[in-house]
Design a protein around this ligand. Sequence first.
Ligand code: HEC
Length: 152
Amino acid sequence: MKKFVSALVIAATMTGGAAFAQDYKNQLKARQGSMWVVALNMGVLGGMAKGEMEYDADKAMAAAHSLHGVSMIHFASLFPEGSDGAMIEGTTAKDTINSDMAGFQEKWDAFGAAAERAVAEVGNGQEALGPVMGALGGTCKACHQDYRIPQE
Ligand code: HEC
């Protein structure tokens, strides 16, 4: 079986085609879903930071806890070799993730640290949100820049 799978991987590599996306369907759902939980909660904190949404300490804390919870997921393990956008369709993950797992992990840890800071600070009032959002947003950008295929 292992030999058979290797042969398939080699064949996929050789054709360079977008083959076998279905093999990683669950990983794609899990990692993209994690990103959407992050994005939605960033939206809550961002809305309050900009004053588009009334500040509510409980809601801000709920969002921060959600971010922190997602940051505890071992994100890197959702990116098995061969599941990047050069190999399969339906993902914007760059092949640099697998060639530089340590760097990718570092970026994820930076997000975790910013999420921890969010938990500590977002309950302190509306004015605490700006700096927290700045720190969090910087970690999205830093990772996407190196490990995500740019979006047109
Ligand atoms: C350690 C790296 C890393 C960090 C940190 C990170 N992302 Fe991502 N993000 C990715 C990768 C890789 C993808 C592509 C996943 C895929 O398509 O398989 C992605 C995709 C996304 C997507 C698109 C999901 C989809 O359905 O295609 C959104 C939205 C997103 N990220 C939001 C964020 C936000 C907001 C933050 C910061 C608060 C963030 N990300 C932090 C690596 C990261």
